[in-house]
Design a protein around this ligand. Structure first.
Ligand SMILES: C[S@@+](CC[C@H](N)C(=O)[O-])C[C@H]1O[C@@H](n2cnc3c(N)ncnc32)[C@H](O)[C@@H]1O
Length: 259
């Protein structure tokens, strides 16, 4: 298969095919959180690192006022084009989630699948949480999902997903190429195998994720007293099941409430 070295997030169409179908559990869980963890009526939503807006446009269609931010212009263009197709305001914009201001505060925000770990330093992570504290109204929520690095069991090393729509099929793979606990990063290989009637090729990329053990995450959150932890769930997205974070915990969803 022909190999193309490129940045995966520059291909929102392929990204969205693989990850876009997987939205319902997150969507329902987020709505359950809006009902359970805030006394505010949630109307305005914001997603930092919104990517293709796979969740955002569905919330828009459901009647919420939505906005999103992403560093990648292709992602933002894809997201806005879809919002437009659904007759919604083109409310995604290019920006850095560690340094931004929202013109209008939101009632709730969400960031569900590890995007937060793209921020490579403590300074950026804190910058992000402080920007989010400014972006969310008092009593509102920030739902933040990520993989922690377990210290009691070996971490997950590889994942793959596949999806097909019409003549296009994409197989996505993620694998840990290096895990540096001391310097707190994971070098992660990522690829899309793309199959169309006329060509087949593999896009190969590599990214760095910052790593967080449970105590490191707890310490970070303690530095942003504007948020309290209202609840902790996991990627099973069951609002009735809260998790107790241990040294073996991997996927977590923090429900942060703006104090
Ligand atoms: C795994 S994708 C997630 C997209 C979307 N949140 C979703 O659930 O499908 C990660 C996204 O984070 C974006 N990103 C990475 N670093 C960023 C930063 N510093 N500020 C804003 N977006 C960033 C990437 O461009 C990419 O679209």
């Amino acid at each position: 298969m022909e190999i193309r070295n490129a940045h995966l997030y520059d291909f929102p169409k392929y990204y969205d095919l693989v990850y876009g179908s997987d939205w319902k559990a997150e969507f329902d869980f987020l709505e359950d959180c809006f009902e359970r963890y805030t006394s505010r009526v949630v109307r305005r939503l914001f997603e930092p690192a919104c990517g293709t807006g796979r969740l955002l446009y569905r919330f828009g269609k459901a009647g919420y006022d939505v906005a999103g931010l992403d560093l990648n212009e292709q992602m933002v263009d894809f997201c806005n084009a879809r919002l437009k197709r659904h007759k919604l305001p083109q409310a995604a914009f290019v920006g850095d989630m560690s340094d931004f201001t929202l013109k209008k505060k939101c009632d709730a925000a969400f960031n569900t699948i590890n995007s937060f770990r793209h921020l490579g330093s403590q300074e950026q992570a804190l910058g992000h949480l402080r920007c989010m504290a400014n972006a969310v109204t008092k009593g509102g929520l920030y739902v933040l999902g990520l993989h922690l690095t377990p210290t009691a069991v070996p971490p997950l090393e590889e994942e793959s997903w596949a999806a097909r729509r019409g003549n296009l099929a994409v197989l996505s793979r993620l694998w840990v190429a290096e895990h540096n606990r001391r310097r707190r990063f994971e070098r992660v290989g990522m690829s899309f195998d793309v199959y169309t009637p006329s060509e087949q090729f593999r896009i190969v990329d590599e990214t760095k994720f910052r790593t967080y053990t449970a105590p490191q995450m707890q310490q970070l959150l303690a530095e942003v007293p504007e948020f309290e932890v209202a609840a902790i769930h996991d990627f099973s997205y069951e609002v009735d099941t809260e998790v107790i974070v241990t040294a073996a915990t991997e996927d977590v969803v923090y429900v942060l409430r703006r104090c």
